[in-house]
Design a protein around this ligand. Structure first.
Ligand code: UDP
Length: 471
């Protein structure tokens, strides 16, 4: 008998920031929208990814045999090049698996690096969708890329003029992405062209968080005229399972017990994502800044790294261990005893952000961290490190009003600036306004996801498109 349920294939590219929202999207399609769901997980490393996927045991997850691209690419190639190469190697396996599936797959959902699989999906008569595991503003920039005035791009790169995207905030040069520092590469343009030709574009955001950019990507006459398919805000899709590093803590993490003993909204949580790192000098300034702020803190400390803020992008378990505290300034732990807790390498972030004692978050502005903060009503100190994080930091501070942005001077954020930003969020009147705004957004995000909320409806529409295809 032919199944009436559409079968969605999800193909996240390597990196936790892509994998987590994709698994969560799969979960929603399965539990709230009656899809068959298969997720292909392309791994470059094993333990952390395997641990994570095992938490989603209701999903049909197929691990794509790993391929070590490091032997084929020159060592100085970018993370993006490594991802693209890894994805390319996965296509033959994907094809053979999808050909033998029952029910036949009807929809392929990929993130930006997975568009390489679109020709294969079209060959098999499937609908194609891109899931931007990021905000509407960056999605708008990517969608607009193939249509962007080359002269504006040149002036952006050479004269540091802003990039203008219809209906959105201009992108200041100081917040620009690495790819705009030199002429935009052919590969990225090709990917952007595939995205605008997709049958659907999903974005991990919702209207109230980004009113202008969401309108710009959705409405025909603005950016909508550039895309073939519809654009669907489906967020906020945030992680619902616990992520842990190598060892499984059977007991509750000690940091949560410490938080239990602190007053409400009195602790600032400091963490730079699954792989973000900073230089040793910057780490010292951060430590002294926390001390100067005189606020309670939980700080996830990772071994410093000079000149590579991206850290261990591919392997979240490779973040350093207990020895990382050895990089802290002399006497720091003694002086801050009782006031702060240093957690080496990895902390239970969702639980920390959801704890009543947590009142602020110093974050690198990875989109998952941003959504997790907002969905716990926690205001932020925006401290972007790489990729689109600077755009996120600008948006959160200047547009949405839920964050204070720290600025570098001479490549470092000095201790006084760290302390001032922390106090603005934790102590000052404006911090209260940011907290109230974050709490408002939390409610509106929950509404967007609830039955017949805007994001729920988006997924219903996608299902309808698949049903039409099945007829
Ligand atoms: N995370 C965590 N504990 C940590 C650091 C990170 O649980 O100590 C989780 C965090 O909750 C989020 C993800 O790792 O779900 C990081 O994703 P994000 O997009 O914020 O940043 P990325 O790691 O992709 O730079």
């Amino acid at each position: 008998m032919v199944s009436t349920k559409p079968h969605a294939i999800l193909l996240p590219s390597p990196g936790m920031g892509h994998l987590i929202p994709m698994l969560e999207l799969g979960n929603r399609l399965l539990t709230h929208h009656s899809f068959h769901v298969t997720v292909f997980v392309v791994t470059t490393t094993t333990s952390g990814i395997l641990k994570l996927t095992s938490k989603y045991d209701n999903l049909n997850i197929i691990l794509v045999p790993s391929h070590d691209v490091s032997t084929e690419l020159e060592p100085n190639r970018s993370v993006e090049d490594r991802i693209v190469s890894t994805m390319l190697h996965s296509l033959p396996f994907l094809r053979s698996q999808m050909l033998s599936m029952n029910p036949s797959p009807s929809l392929l959902i990929v993130d930006i690096f997975g568009v390489l699989a679109f020709p294969l999906a079209r060959d098999l008569g499937m609908l194609t969708s891109v899931f931007f595991t990021t905000n509407a503003w960056l999605s708008a920039l990517t969608i607009y890329l193939p249509f962007m005035d080359k002269e504006m791009q040149r002036r952006h790169t050479n004269n540091h003029e802003p990039l203008f995207i219809p209906g959105c905030q201009p992108v200041r040069f100081k917040d620009t992405l690495e790819v705009f520092l030199s002429p935009v590469e052919e590969d990225l343009l090709k990917a952007a062209k595939e995205i605008v030709a997709a049958d659907g574009i999903l974005i991990n955001t919702w209207q109230d968080l980004e009113p202008a950019a969401t309108k710009a990507v959705r409405e025909h006459g603005i950016l909508g005229r550039f895309t073939k398919g519809s654009v669907y805000p489906v967020g906020p899709i945030v992680r619902t399972v616990e992520l842990k590093p190598d060892q499984d803590h059977v007991d509750r993490h000690a940091v949560l017990n410490w938080l239990d003993r602190q007053p409400g909204e009195s602790v600032i949580y400091v963490s730079f994502g699954s792989g973000g790192t900073m230089s040793e000098g910057q780490m010292r300034e951060l430590a002294f800044g926390l001390e100067l702020s005189q606020q309670r803190f939980v700080w996830v400390v990772r071994a410093p790294k000079e000149g590579d803020a991206c850290g261990s992008f591919f392997d979240v378990t490779n973040n350093g261990g207990e020895e990382t505290v050895g990089y802290l300034p002399e006497g720091f732990l003694r002086r801050t005893e009782g006031v702060g807790v240093v957690v080496p390498a990895w902390a239970p972030q969702i639980e920390i952000l959801g704890h009543p004692a947590t009142g602020g978050f110093v974050t690198h502005c990875g989109w998952n961290s941003v959504l997790e903060s907002v969905m716990n009503g926690v205001p932020m100190v925006a401290w972007p490190l790489y990729a689109e994080q600077k755009m996120n930091g600008f948006m959160l501070s200047a547009e949405v009003g839920v964050a204070v942005r720290v600025e570098e001077e001479g490549g470092v954020v000095c201790r006084e600036r760290v302390a001032a930003a922390v106090r603005r969020v934790m102590v000052d009147e404006e911090g209260l306004a940011m907290r109230n705004k974050a709490k408002e957004l939390k409610v509106s995000g929950e509404n967007a996801l609830s039955k017949f909320g805007s994001s729920y409806k988006s997924l219903c529409e996608i299902r309808k498109d698949c049903e039409l295809r099945l007829l």
